[in-house]
Design a protein around this ligand. Structure first.
Ligand code: CP
Length: 323
């Protein structure tokens, strides 16, 4: 069985194949009729145990644009509130004739468990598990950056990498599955990645990751990065753990926000990225988020193409992601 659980499961060739197919999918989305017949007769289930706007909607749009039927499952209002387990929920969905499951879960490892526990025989696509991985977010980030770094924002040439790019990822690294997936993918594609966070929001063991680490955002900016990825301060995970990660929102903003002063110090070719949702005024100012340097809306747009590519390669292509 083939799945998309973690960037660590992908080789460079597989990651590039996903990005190149995503570009091919994107090219179909400027047509008057966006729908392709590729997954006609297939059913994709979106299984969301945690809130989502972008990921859930774009997986739904991606499946529908490939002509699959889509069933959306949200834990809120389901029998999960009566204590039903992940296993029994999954068995129920398989019994309804699903061909693939997209899963978001608050627990790290939930997608891997669903894929490999032997409960179901369906491809599993990880839409974010706890603080572990968010592979399609990293792929859409890489697709967006690859376009800007290699081709001035136009579709990237097949096989192009991020060799020589410098990417700075700033904020709540500790709770960020996006940061973990992006470090794995961008470094695999040849980029140098620098993580910036206060010491309390830097994960234990980060020195073993394939990236640089600093607590000083201004020092990282002075190196003239090609992209700055601002991360959301995940207040819901902080309050669940008792809080106390930084003295106050104002102090966090002073040291770690992309504020107007830092925005004006970005080098001219740098793009501003954010996976969303944004805490405007906390980790990023409106002037930066809404500027011509911001590619945040492009990231959302590319998310549909990346998820079309993943669904295509897992459900329709003779050469799956893992050949
Ligand atoms: N980037 C991201 O995962 O956003 P959502 O939580 O809205 O899906």
């Amino acid at each position: 069985m083939k799945h998309l659980i973690s960037i660590e499961d992908l080789s460079l060739e597989e990651a590039l194949r996903l990005l190149d197919v995503a570009e091919a999918m994107a090219a179909t989305q400027s047509r008057a009729v966006k729908k392709l017949p590729t997954l006609r007769g297939k059913t994709v289930i979106n299984l969301f145990f945690e809130d989502s706007t972008r990921t859930r909607l774009s997986f739904e749009a991606a499946a529908k644009r490939l002509s699959a039927d889509v069933i959306n499952f949200s834990a809120k209002g389901s029998s999960v509130s009566k204590g039903e387990s992940l296993k029994d929920t999954a068995l129920t969905l398989q019994a309804m004739g699903a061909d693939a499951v997209v899963v978001r879960h608050r627990s790290s490892g939930a997608a891997h468990r669903l894929a490999h526990a032997g409960w179901i025989k369906l491809p599993v696509l990880n839409a974010g598990d706890g603080t572990h991985q968010h592979p399609t977010q990293a792929l859409l980030d890489a697709m967006t950056l690859r376009r800007h770094y290699t081709n001035e924002g136009r579709p990237a040439e097949p096989g192009s990498t991020l060799e020589g790019a410098h990417v700075v990822i700033v904020g709540d690294i500790l709770h960020s599955r996006v940061a973990r997936s992006n470090v794995d993918l961008m470094s695999m594609l040849g980029a140098r990645v620098t993580l910036v966070a206060p010491p309390t929001l830097m994960p234990v063991g980060v020195e073993g990751w394939p990236c640089d680490v600093t607590y000083d955002f201004d020092e990282a900016l002075a190196q003239g990065p090609d992209a700055v990825i601002m991360l959301r301060v995940q207040r819901e995970r902080m309050s669940a753990a008792g809080g106390g990660y930084f003295p106050s929102p104002a102090e966090y903003h002073h040291s770690y926000a992309l504020d107007i002063d830092r925005f004006e110090r970005l080098n001219k070719r740098a793009v501003i990225m954010h996976p969303g949702p944004l805490n405007r005024g906390l980790e990023i100012c409106a002037q930066a988020a809404d500027s011509s340097r911001s590619v945040i809306v492009e990231q959302v747009n590319n998310g549909v193409s990346v998820r079309m590519a993943a669904l295509y390669l897992l459900l329709a292509s003779k050469e799956s992601i893992h050949e």
